[in-house]
Design a protein around this ligand. Sequence first.
Ligand SMILES: [Zn+2]
Length: 122
Amino acid sequence: MSQFNCPHCKQPAFSKWDKYLAAKWKILICPRCERRATSQPLLLAGYYLLYLANVIDLSFLAYLTSNMYWLIAMVVIWIALDAFSVYLPLAAMRDRGTTERAPEPARRTTQPALELKFEPAL
Ligand SMILES: [Zn+2]
């Protein structure tokens, strides 16, 4: 039951559970083209700030007001954030081994200006 398209081959490849796991920073591998995909990392980072704000703010409210219903609200909002995380867009990842490596630094061909020699003093 694939509902979400692969960002590489644009074919339906991922289930809701796959997308849920991708929102937990899991790397997905498309069963059709075998290329890697994951949730948009910048969106995920922002999304995790929402989780953080949820926990910090509502537990602080529960502490300030001595009202434990804020903790129930925190759990409800957490579940809602988890449910909505399925709809975060997928991003295509580069294939392994195809990344361009930086060229090696040029080797020094000239002699150093000052060459130090250390001889043991006997
Ligand atoms: Zn694919």
